[in-house]
Design a protein around this ligand. Structure first.
Ligand code: O2Y
Ligand code: MN
Length: 596
């Protein structure tokens, strides 16, 4: 706990004071992110039946939470960009006038923390004091948020020292929106789904979220600060906040190449970020290391290259489908010091989810707290159930993951879940063509997203739910960012999810994606071939490292075909397409010309 009398930043103290006056909590606690503080919060939550400590032998220092079934995921329909002009929020965001939104929120905030403790969490996204890092302060009435933020961000008194008297921070207000007016209101997972707002004020660099206690709606350092507000900062200051994982590829000769990849939600970003190459490639000396699994902040440096940091300090990973087979590094990451939300509980106090093992263990309790059996016809773990795990636990963590100035980026990948017509991989002709591919990106919706399962959703640069300003201006900013560079990264489009006529995946994916990475890295260094096609440069069968995989030439040829009609489809809303920078419209015209 931090003594507020030691805090020098007057703007921070005034903001906290103002919020406390409106929300009327019983207590205000300044958090220091220490283990002792977390232990005390977990004890308090266990005593109240809010969480369960997991079997210490199976998952040391780890806890289990169940949310309200109405509060299980990010809610895009309740997420707003409140710029002064509607045009600046653009055609893909929900917009509300800032004054109108603040009036609405101020009504909802009156006494909203009654009976609760208001926690003040000083945090850094990125290493504390780094040139790319940013400071935020989250106010919340959810102890669950405090213990999660402690894993996902750098929470420390050092942040306040760095702020000093006049330092700037992003104020992040959060409340579950459920005051305790009578003992019945003191429930395990308070929330207010009918009055949920996740509001961003990009011009003021302010976040205000009320009504939900879950994930991206409540851990405000993640999507709200690190993507929506940071993307607006990046536009003004000449850098990029991207929905991208970052990984390193080490070749047998010891050379390290860093790669970012933008995939929409539910496309296996965490699996790709923590990829383990096939045994035969590892024997040759190939290694893949993880810098981050979700977000990259990218800045040009004095040497004319782009450098990236992962602003986060942990993983908020989807549990179902994660196993020692699909992602052993993720399993190791959440093997201790972790928080599990909405997974199933075993009779010996451990966690389980669909896909962890072939057969479920006996006597499971499901995420709703019911005795579970297959006959219920529902999964035991919610499809969007999560583990919150410290990044330091990841066995493949890159040696430079904490470098203040980030790692140099040589490869940028975009891609989505495309069952038909899009090949495994192709290389953009140049930066602007790469941004065009990112702009036209789409992905098949899965159960984890809002919308119709199986429908193709346009998701430019995987930023559709995360861009804090006009998407067309954002794509223009990306194009511009490539201009002043001495060395632009090579751009690739990938599709791990192509299916054959019988609905079977055509590519094994997971560790075998290292074969595609190896080709990209060799291309960057001018050491691998490619043949030019209308849509980009493609590897021949001979350009891929096939050690340990029996994949025949005809299957590869089928995997690398493209359907000109699908490639030529323009998936963007008309209103967005019209506002696109001219350079991207020229790219489109050039593509259509090549296809004809
Ligand atoms: O459902 C949520 O609140 C979390 S969404 C999420 C979490 C971690 C990484 N990415 C995402 C996403 O939706 O892209
Ligand atoms: Mn994400």
């Amino acid at each position: 706990m931090i003594d507020p009398n030691t805090i020098k930043n007057k703007a921070l103290l005034a903001w906290v004071d103002g919020i406390a006056k409106i929300t009327t909590p019983d207590k205000v606690q300044f958090c220091d992110g220490s283990q002792e503080e977390a232990d005390a919060l977990f004890k308090m939550m266990m005593d109240k039946g809010v969480c369960i400590k997991l079997n210490e032998e199976k998952h040391p220092n780890s806890y289990y939470f169940r949310s309200d079934p109405r509060d299980v995921a990010r809610v895009e329909s309740r997420t707003f960009i409140c710029s002064k002009s509607k045009r600046d929020a653009g055609p893909t965001n929900n917009w509300m006038d800032p004054k109108e939104m603040k009036a609405k929120l101020h009504d909802l905030m009156q006494g909203c923390m009654k009976g609760r403790t208001m926690y003040v969490i000083p945090f850094s996204m990125g290493p504390i004091g780094g040139p790319i890092s940013q400071i935020g302060v989250e106010i919340t009435d959810s102890p669950y948020v405090v213990v999660n933020m402690r894993i996902m961000a750098r929470v420390s008194p050092k942040v306040l020292e760095l702020l000093g008297e006049n330092g700037k921070f992003v104020p992040c207000f959060h409340s579950v929106g459920k005051p305790i007016n009578s003992p019945e209101d003191d429930v395990a997972w308070p929330c207010n789904p009918d009055n949920t707002y996740i509001a961003h004020f990009p011009e003021e660099r302010l976040i205000m979220s009320i009504g939900s206690g879950y994930g991206g709606n409540a851990l405000l350092g993640k999507k709200c600060l690190s993507l929506r507000i940071a993307s607006a900062m990046g536009k003004d200051e000449g850098w990029l906040a991207e929905h991208m994982l970052i990984l390193g590829v080490k070749e047998p000769n010891g050379r390290k190449t860093y790669v970012t990849a933008a995939f929409p939600s539910a496309c296996g970003k965490t699996n790709f970020a923590m990829l383990i190459p096939p045994a035969e490639m590892r024997e040759e000396g190939w290694e893949v290391s993880c810098v981050g699994d979700d977000i990259a902040w990218i800045k040009p440096a004095a040497d004319g290259k782009l450098y990236a940091i992962n602003p986060e300090n942990g993983f908020f990973g989807v549990a179902p489908g994660t196993s020692v087979k699909t992602n052993p590094n993720a399993m190791a990451s959440c093997s201790r010091d972790s928080i599990f939300t909405n997974v199933a509980l075993t009779e010996d106090g451990d966690v389980w989810w669909e896909g962890m093992t072939k057969e479920p263990p006996a006597n499971l309790t499901d995420w709703k707290g019911r005795k579970w059996s297959k006959d219920l016809g529902e999964p035991a773990a919610h499809p969007n159930s999560r583990f919150t795990a410290p990044i330091r636990n990841c066995p493949s963590l890159d040696e430079n993951a904490d470098r203040l100035e980030g790692v140099p980026i040589s490869v940028m990948i975009v891609g989505g879940r495309r069952p038909n017509g899009i090949p495994l991989v192709f290389e953009a002709f140049n930066w602007t063509h790469g941004i065009y591919l990112g702009a036209m990106m789409g992905s098949e919706l899965t159960a984890a997203a809002e919308g119709t399962v199986g429908k193709l959703r346009s998701d430019p640069m995987a930023m559709l739910p995360f861009c804090g300003y006009n998407m067309a201006d954002y794509l223009g900013h990306l194009v511009k960012m490539g201009k002043g560079l001495e060395l632009t990264p090579h751009f690739y489009h990938v599709n791990w999810f192509r299916k054959d006529r019988d609905g079977n995946f055509m590519w094994p994916g997971f560790g075998d994606n290292a074969r595609v990475l190896a080709w990209m890295v060799k291309r960057v260094h001018g050491e691998a071939g490619a043949k030019e096609t209308a849509i980009g440069n493609m590897p021949s069968y001979e350009d891929i490292n096939w050690k340990g995989l029996d994949y025949n030439k005809d299957d590869f040829a089928a995997l690398m075909t493209f359907d000109p009609e699908i490639v030529a489809t323009q998936p963007l809303k008309d209103e967005l397409y019209e506002q696109l920078p001219e350079s991207l419209k020229i790219e489109r015209a050039a593509l259509l010309e090549r296809l004809s």
